[in-house]
Design a protein around this ligand. Sequence first.
Ligand code: SAJ
Length: 415
Amino acid sequence: MGISTVAVVGLGYIGLPTAAILAANGVPVTGVDVSSATVGAVNRGQVPFVEPDLAGYVSDGVASGRLRAVSAPEPADAYIVAVPTPFMDDHKPDLSYIKAAAEAIAPVLRGGELIVLESTSPPGTTRRMAEWVLDKRPDLSLDGSGDRPVIWFAHCPERVLPGRIMVELVTNDRIVGGLTPEAVQRARELYQVFCQGEILLTDAVTAETAKLVENSFRDVNIAFANELSLVADKLGVDVWELIRLANHHPRVNILQPGPGVGGHCIAVDPWFIVDAAPEEARLIRTAREVNDHKPRWVLHKVVDAVADLGVPNPVIAAYGLAFKPNIDDLRESPAMMITTEIARTFPHATVLAVEPHVDELPAKLADLPNVRLADTEEALAAGQVHVLLVDHTQFRALAGPLAGARVVDTRGILR
Ligand code: SAJ
């Protein structure tokens, strides 16, 4: 059976771009989401979050009739599951969204469909997803055994960088791993519709682990840079200068330190490896701990700066809430965490949060009486301690205005 219709389950940062790019390539797509607000927005051709170029793809897809959002799965030839896989308090993966997606798809299956898991997942999750589907549909099978119609299961981890999603969806190489060789071939056929990169074929568990390894590699390397920032501070050395010089070595390429590692991927995925191999994944665990410690270290620097200022009701300006530059995504953001903790630590201070990419403060900050959203001009004029948390392009111009001010610069903006 060819793939002429696709359902994408989960219209978030990955699912919606994937649905839109399939529609742009001529495939009728239904996007499925449990949020009626998201379904409504997409059907009006709107995008509920900021991602360059996505809005045009979505509005074109809806206008062409090839992209439609619904609140429950409808029959399709292929399903792409792109739902969140957060971790729980003990760092164990929460697979409840995948289970819910599997159980929602199961009733509409006819046999012969492909189901691809794109969500970043611990090793073995594609197989568990298959079990959840087949538990609901014992009349179907993985391999045609017992003369039951087959459902093909595969994993194709998303690898796009927020901020460049519409480009990287097309140009990145993709890893496709199946529970059976036939599933791999069918999944390749689906991704060939829009992916111009190489499509690399393997089994499902290797594909799942490859994704986790990619993000752990980056986490470990950022941890190295963050650790250097602590070492350099102790030695009285400028870490940005230190890294710039070391990177002149032909085989050294150190990343940049920051206030910590944010986002829903790099700060999460390494824990899936630690959970799967706790005795073995020592470096990966330590890197997570180093990166998770960094926001607390920054908070201490702010406490020192406020103590040095020595006034009872200081005005503290925090620049940036997003988890990285030039996006509006505040999830797992160390800047959010630090700003919240500053406000709690100094209840008599006024905290001016500057985030040009949002119109209102997220509830967690809005609930604090001493925090409000401010623009850069107000923060520069009123702030007595300035905390630079995100290197948004517009903050690059702050070096001049902040010359001589009391600054905690976590991103090397003033360099
Ligand atoms: N960061 C630093 N220093 C650096 C680079 C990044 O502190 O030198 C921080 C950022 O500020 C941010 C965090 O790390 O808080 C993560 O940002 P990122 O740009 O490294 O990555 P993400 O989370 O936006 O996207 C990553 C990408 N993975 C890799 O580069 C290996 C992306 O390709 C994945 O698709 C994405 O995770 C995902 O969804 O898994």
